[in-house]
Design a protein around this ligand. Structure first.
Ligand SMILES: C[S@@+](CC[C@H](N)C(=O)[O-])C[C@H]1O[C@@H](n2cnc3c(N)ncnc32)[C@H](O)[C@@H]1O
Length: 292
């Protein structure tokens, strides 16, 4: 990595998830702000309490908590030092630095934080990247004070899999099935459906992790949607957007495995479908909140 290069988490969170496009970024934030508010609502953060945001990223949840109250303290924690530096400079600019602490640690090992030391733990879209999920829940339980609250949001990606082989991006790709399979194989190789941490759990597992960790009160809200495609994102932006930090954009994946002729055929088929908003979007999202 050269000095100006960011790690994959920072590069994705600050750029690649939006395909470098301001409108896409706005659409993502329109979705994320209500999610943040719900996570914080479930966390029930009180005056003078300390909140630990695990996998804080650029501070969506953590800064949301600081907006809510002038008396709270927030611990930003992430495995990405680049993102911690980024959040720290925002905190500095907003004159919030005295209420903040920054620690570099994985969700499954927060031994730098003492037992029974914080009132609230939040985490959003982080456990999908953690293989040792039970260990992470055990850590959350250890760190929380008695009566402490945990509030989590995670996408349940397994809901969409196994995907019928003729479906690509929610569209029927039967006429270009062979080409579609080649592209899909790029993604499956990086994230095998049977063992990738993004796909190896569902909402029932989240409940079991919380129960096994020892939480005495647990709530889970699952939101499932299957609906016709309705996003206004341009084809060019979709080509350059990566679904998560570990995978290539469609443009990159096609470059990797398709010949120029195959790329032409694939785009000629898929682009009109996407632009005509054909196909289906499916999502399953889980909010879990629990009391120690
Ligand atoms: C999708 S981002 C979410 C960021 C933030 N929570 C938000 O709501 O915007 C995932 C974050 O998890 C962090 N992460 C990935 N693996 C992790 C791990 N094992 N432990 C802690 N954080 C991790 C990444 O660095 C990244 O900041």
């Amino acid at each position: 990595m050269t000095e100006s290069q960011q790690d994959i988490w920072s590069e994705w969170l600050l750029n690649r998830r939006f395909g470098g496009n301001a409108e896409r970024m706005k659409a993502a934030m329109d979705f994320l702000y209500p999610v943040r508010d719900k996570v914080l609502h479930h966390a029930n953060l009180g005056e003078n309490e300390t909140l630990l945001d695990v996998g804080c990223g650029d501070g969506l949840i953590a800064f949301g908590a600081l907006e809510k109250s002038k008396t709270v303290k927030v611990i930003f924690s992430d495995i990405s030092q680049d993102l911690l530096n980024h959040a720290q400079s925002i905190a500095q600019e907003m004159s919030l630095i005295d209420c903040c602490k920054f620690i570099c640690a994985p969700a499954e090992d927060h031994s730098v934080i003492g037992s029974e030391s914080v009132e609230v733990i939040t985490t959003r879209s982080v456990l999908i990247y953690v293989a040792a999920k039970q260990q992470a829940f055990d850590e959350f339980y250890r760190i929380l004070k008695p009566q402490g609250r945990l509030s989590i949001f995670e996408p349940i990606n397994r809901f969409r899999y196994p995907e019928p082989s003729h479906i690509f991006w929610g569209c029927d790709a039967t006429p270009v099935a062979e080409i579609a399979q080649k592209v899909k194989a790029v993604y499956h190789q990086i994230q095998p459906l049977d063992k990738d941490p993004m796909l190896d759990f569902d909402e029932r597992d989240l409940i079991t992790f919380a129960e096994k960790a020892g939480f005495k009160e647990i709530h889970l809200d699952l939101q499932v949607e299957i609906k016709p495609r309705n996003n206004d994102v341009s084809w060019e932006v979709m080509l350059r957007t990566a679904g998560n930090p570990k995978i290539p954009t469609l443009e990159e994946a096609m470059r990797e495995v398709l010949t120029p002729a195959e790329t032409k055929v694939f785009i000629a088929y898929l682009r009109p479908l996407i632009e005509a908003k054909r196909g289906v979007n499916q999502s399953a999202l889980a909010y879990l909140w629990a009391i120690k």
